[in-house]
Design a protein around this ligand. Structure first.
Ligand code: BGC
Length: 757
């Protein structure tokens, strides 16, 4: 009976949805029947609201264009009053009163800033990832924004690429889980509500594979690698219902994404069934001229025909499509299709019912930076941090005595929020110094000295980014350098323990922030050496947006905490961990190499014909360094210890769609309770294509009390065995499989299973 009720409900909602669709279709076709071609082209034009730009072009004559209906949407407008003013012109003065779509890079929070996405992926907790997006949407939609340029789901295996900070790391399976959770968090179940926003999956596609980690560089890879290792997170986001997708700057199979018909139409729409609209990245159509695809008219027509619907900032569509139509290079149908998709998005967001529904000053007053939002930011930041080393049990610190916080990032608000925090409220950010004071309370004395500048590299000193706070240093002189060090050592002398806060400021990761040296800058390392020279215990807290090379630090410092750029609550969260109020459980989602020379270095690589053997010269390795990373994918310590039992399989031989359960006994062998991320990897050692040495397929995050032992069961199905073969057919192949379970991608137990069709 219950089941029947449920089915009837499902049917009713299906009929209702169909009715809604019919209503929408009628509304839009009536509207489009009235629009001129020029007005339709206007809907495809996305312009900057000024103020905040990431490319050479900005848009002008906005007022006139709005009046003529030549603008469909605007990006990164910062104030609600300016958005209202723009909307007024569009809905009151333009020919058909079509509302504007306001978009923004709401990437890791809005005013309440969460840790950078790379850090959030280290949570291994999809409900918290989703929660961060839900809160971001709740805040942004009160302040005028209906559309976010998130999730960024580019798989990245090269930490020189500054945009590694914006994604979920190197693993396609984990990246897919994060992508789904973010889409769900932002969009909810009903886009027309005034507190849900449309997502934009980016950067489609393969942007994370830019050669040499240099931003905007070229990409080249086989289709099999694309399908297996890079495309899954985009596909997962599309399947989760993402309303739009953004093209990437790079070429895919030698054709720039924005003009790539195979990518935007055959794969995205025909194979994956994507129903939303495609927007380019910032001036990406114009950049096709530099890619060598022709002049602006040619590339604009190419982009439209390929499946691009909206042109971000470049105005190639606005200025050339009519001419191309007159010359027969494109059809009215091409324009209509793109216009229809943009209007559908506006309709689904409820903008035709009320253009001002996302501009709610009253809600903005009460929904932004609420105590609950800050609490969530703190919990998420605390859980995203990864304990890399804790020898001699320096951590946790006692809540008494004197702590010397030393380092250029120890008391910097702007470097806690990381890249892409356009709307982030800087005033409320807690620095490490403030966090230790807040959490330590009266019994703790916290001293601070800067100790050194961030760098003495003149090129880096000049680096500046519109998407991150300005990092320009005053030019350092020899005397001031000595003075800084002297003050640091004097401060250190007065303390019981030193917390060295080093790494990279916000402006060194994110867009246009590639680095060839991803170690701690020399001036900071010299400071660290001097601090270690005092003989006092030293804890290294790293603030950064990418994996770093830390062989010297790992060899010489007893305790290292990877704190990333933790957002509004960064300092309080670091203090929660340092004082042991929270036992760290974050696990890395990108490999930390020993040296830049090893890059690209990632756990899910192929075996090669000559896997590394340190005793055999003629194997795949370097003469001067091992192939091993410093910290592998999945790695992260706790203040307690866990012991893994051997893997027990429910069966050792399976047939067809049978299910397998792998079980390990996990014991908390330490003295405090703690959470562990139990990770399951699979290897397919003999197949029709060369497969990877290990692939993450599942995990379980479990809390164990001291001494507690628990059986952890993880189910495996044939879905977990599937891959794209050389014909791009997605299936599994019978044979033996190795199941690995462990605490990270390196330290695992293994068991073999045979699975036949
Ligand atoms: C970035 C995108 C971003 C867009 C709009 C571009 O430069 O590549 O990730 O969404 O600007 O700000």
């Amino acid at each position: 009976m219950k089941k029947l009720g449920f089915l009837l409900l499902l049917l009713a909602s299906f009929i209702n949805a169909q009715g809604q669709d019919e209503k929408m279709n009628k509304f839009i076709s009536d509207l489009m029947n009235k629009m001129t071609v020029e007005e339709k082209i206007g809907q495809l034009n996305l312009t900057t609201a000024g103020g905040f730009v990431t490319g050479s072009a900005v848009n002008e004559m906005t007022h006139q264009k709005l009046q003529k209906g030549q603008i469909g949407g605007m990006l990164n407008a910062l104030s609600l009053s300016s958005m209202r003013a723009f909307m007024d012109i569009a809905v009151k003065e333009s020919p058909h009163h079509i509302p504007l779509l306001f978009g923004m890079d709401v990437i890791h929070g809005y005013q309440t800033v969460f840790p950078i996405p790379l850090a959030m992926s280290c949570l291994w907790d999809m409900s918290l990832v989703e929660k961060s997006a839900r809160i971001a949407a709740q805040e942004a939609t009160a302040n005028g924004i209906a559309w976010t340029y998130s999730p960024m789901v580019d798989i990245a295996r090269d930490p020189r690429w500054g945009r590694i900070a914006e994604g979920a790391g190197e693993d396609p399976w984990l990246g897919s889980q994060v992508a789904k959770a973010l889409v769900k968090g932002y969009q909810g179940n009903d886009l027309s509500l005034d507190n849900t926003m449309m997502t934009c999956v980016k950067h489609f596609a393969l942007y994370g594979a830019v050669e040499a980690g240099r931003d905007y560089n070229t990409v080249d890879m086989s289709k099999v690698t694309m399908y297996n290792d890079y495309l899954p997170p985009y596909k997962a986001a599309v399947e989760a219902g993402a309303g739009s997708i953004m093209t990437s700057f790079n070429v895919v199979d030698n054709i720039p994404s924005s003009g790539n018909h195979w990518l935007l139409t055959e794969l995205l729409r025909n194979q994956w069934g994507f129903k939303g609209f495609v927007v380019t990245d910032y001036t990406a159509i114009n950049e096709m001229i530099n890619h060598g695809m022709g002049d602006l008219q040619t590339v604009s027509a190419l982009a439209l025909k390929a499946g691009t619907d909206m042109d971000m900032v470049g105005e190639g569509f606005l200025t050339t499509l009519k001419k191309s139509l007159d010359e027969g290079k494109i059809t009215v149908n091409d324009i209509d299709l793109a216009c229809l998709r943009v209007l559908e998005a506006k309709y689904k967001l409820g903008l035709f019912t009320d253009p001002y529904r996302y501009m709610n000053e009253e809600r903005a007053k009460k929904d932004l930076m609420t105590p609950e939002n800050l609490k969530a930011a703190r919990e998420i930041a605390t859980r995203s941090m990864v304990l890399l080393k804790n020898d001699k049990q320096i951590l946790p610190l006692k809540k008494s005595g004197t702590i010397a916080v030393i380092g250029p990032l120890g008391d910097s608000k702007k470097d806690m929020i990381g890249t892409w925090a356009i709307a982030g409220n800087q005033d409320k950010i807690s620095t490490i110094v403030e966090g230790l004071k807040n959490v330590g309370g009266n019994p703790v004395t916290v001293l601070y000295a800067k100790g050194s500048e961030l760098t003495d590299n003149p090129l880096l000193l000049k680096s500046d980014s519109p998407i991150s706070p300005d990092q320009k240093n005053s030019s350092e002189t020899v005397t001031s350098r000595e003075q800084l060090l002297k003050e640091a050592l004097q401060t250190a002398e007065k303390s019981d323990v030193i917390v060295a806060v080093l790494g990279e400021p916000s402006a060194w990761s994110g867009e246009a922030s590639s680095m060839s040296d991803i170690g701690i800058q020399k001036v900071q390392q010299n400071l660290l050496k001097a601090l270690l020279g005092t003989g006092k215990p030293v804890v290294l807290v790293l603030i950064n947006g990418r994996p770093m090379t830390l062989p010297w630090e790992n060899a010489n410092v007893s305790a290292i905490l990877e704190a990333w750029a933790g957002g509004t609550e960064a300092g309080n969260a670091v203090a929660n961990i340092l004082f042991g109020d929270y036992n760290p459980s974050g696990k890395l989602t990108t490999t930390f190499p020993i040296s830049v020379g090893q890059i690209p270095l990632y756990y899910n690589h192929k075996n090669t014909g000559r896997p590394m053997d340190s005793n055999n010269k003629f194997t795949s390795k370097y003469l001067d360094i091992s192939n091993d990373p410093l910290y592998p994918f999945g790695y992260g310590l706790s203040f307690t210890t866990f012991e893994y039992g051997d893997i027990k399989l429910s069966k050792s031989k399976l047939k067809g769609d049978e299910k397998l359960t792998a079980t390990v006994a996990l014991t908390n062998t330490g003295k405090i309770s703690g959470e562990e991320v139990v990770q399951l990897y699979i290897q397919d050692p003999a197949a029709s294509i060369s497969r990877l040495v290990k692939e993450l397929k599942n995990f379980k995050k479990v809390l164990l009390q001291p001494g507690e032992k628990k059986d952890i069961n993880i189910e495996i199905t044939t879905n977990d065995l599937k891959f794209y073969n050389s014909d791009l057919k997605y299936d599994w192949e019978p044979g033996d499989f190795i199941i690995y379970i462990g605490s990270n991608s390196r330290d695992v137990k293994s068991a073999k299973v045979t699975w036949v069709k």
